[in-house]
Design a protein. Structure first.
Length: 345
């Protein structure tokens, strides 16, 4: 009987269910996917899943669980596995999607996705996942709540404007909208106060926020959002991976001489992180001469202002990552070469 050298349970995570495929690698490096089952995404389902894996696998404690970072739906099971002392890796979604393109998969289903995740885990050496720093988790909860309230405030203000300019406006409706806006503004201020308290309560987080916010255009709120959405860049290994995670990477479709699709950002990433970089990019373009030069150079080259703005967003995010990793404040003269790389891009 051939010796088993690796066992992986690949999990495709959805809101209500976990689609699991178990595979193993033999000493001759042959792969085998030998079991598949669906479980509830709940504590009861987690326990059933582990019992099922333990019955099917030799040395159950050595089974490597692999799953995608799927919004927040993977978090409960991730915490459960770590508490149970199981081996776990959480992979960025773009890694799995890129890997699936290399497979001969005709139809994308939950089962085929879990099979691809299992194969990926069997073929690659993956970093082990650990619980995020509790402060990063708290920051993410607060920054996302604030973002949602800002969206609601904008919608309410638009509604107020529409009601105010129409013929014979309903004054009671206007009054209620104004009250709603006042409540939202009050809640936003409460969240911002709580955010400052969380940042100031941990010297390490406060230090990183100071480093990232030293970049012109990036304030404490944006710095906190960057740290929160990346868990302190925990799963990020290089700048290219970071840009892909944020969905700011460029997607093109080229084939021969007849097919030339319009280049655009993929948007297949963390929308909160992508959104957080928009206003800082506008501020950097306005107040930082080097980013302003980058922006105008790209606009003159292709005539598309949004494309140039996205390029600045990418550079700001990459710069935040570099400063975090090198533990240094932004120096516009020292980082001149990095910024001007955009001119040649």
């Amino acid at each position: 009987m051939k010796k088993i050298i690796k066992q992986v349970a690949g999990i495709d995570v959805a809101q209500k269910e976990l689609v699991v495929t178990i595979g193993r690698t033999y000493e001759d490096l042959c792969l085998e996917l030998f079991a598949h089952r669906v479980f509830e995404n709940s504590i009861k389902g987690f326990a059933s899943l582990l019992n099922w894996v333990d019955k099917l696998c030799s040395e159950p404690s050595q089974v490597h669980y692999v799953m995608e970072a799927t919004g927040v739906y993977h978090e409960s099971f991730s915490y459960f596995l770590v508490d149970q002392k199981r081996i776990l890796s959480v992979v960025l979604p773009n890694k799995i999607s890129n890997y699936m393109r290399t497979l001969d998969v005709k139809t994308i289903t939950d089962k085929s996705c879990s099979e691809a995740i299992t194969r990926f885990g069997l073929e690659r050496k993956l970093d082990l996942w650990q619980k995020p720093h509790p402060f990063y988790k708290k920051l993410r909860q607060l920054t996302r709540e604030r973002d949602q309230l800002v969206v609601e405030r904008t919608a309410a203000k638009n509604q107020l404007h529409a009601e105010s300019v129409e013929a014979e406006p309903n004054q009671s409706t206007i009054r209620r909208i104004k009250q709603r806006i006042a409540v939202i503004i009050k809640q936003i201020k409460e969240i911002e106060t709580e955010l400052r308290q969380v940042i100031n309560s941990d010297s390490r987080i406060k230090h990183f926020v100071k480093i990232i916010s030293s970049i012109k255009g990036i304030g404490d709120l944006t710095a906190a959002t960057i740290l929160a959405e990346t868990n302190g860049f925990e799963l990020i290994r290089n700048k290219r991976q970071l840009i892909s995670y944020a969905g700011l990477d460029v997607k093109e479709k080229l084939s021969g001489t007849s097919v030339r699709g319009k280049a655009k950002i993929s948007k297949r990433g963390n929308r909160y992180l992508r959104k957080a970089m928009y206003m800082p990019a506008l501020s950097a373009i306005k107040h930082d001469e080097r980013f302003k030069m980058v922006y105008h150079r790209l606009v003159s080259r292709n005539g598309i202002k949004m494309k140039a703005c996205v390029a600045v967003q990418r550079r700001l995010l990459e710069l935040a990552y570099i400063l975090f990793k090198t533990d240094q404040l932004y120096d516009k003269d020292y980082h001149k070469q990095f910024i001007e790389q955009t001119l040649a891009a």
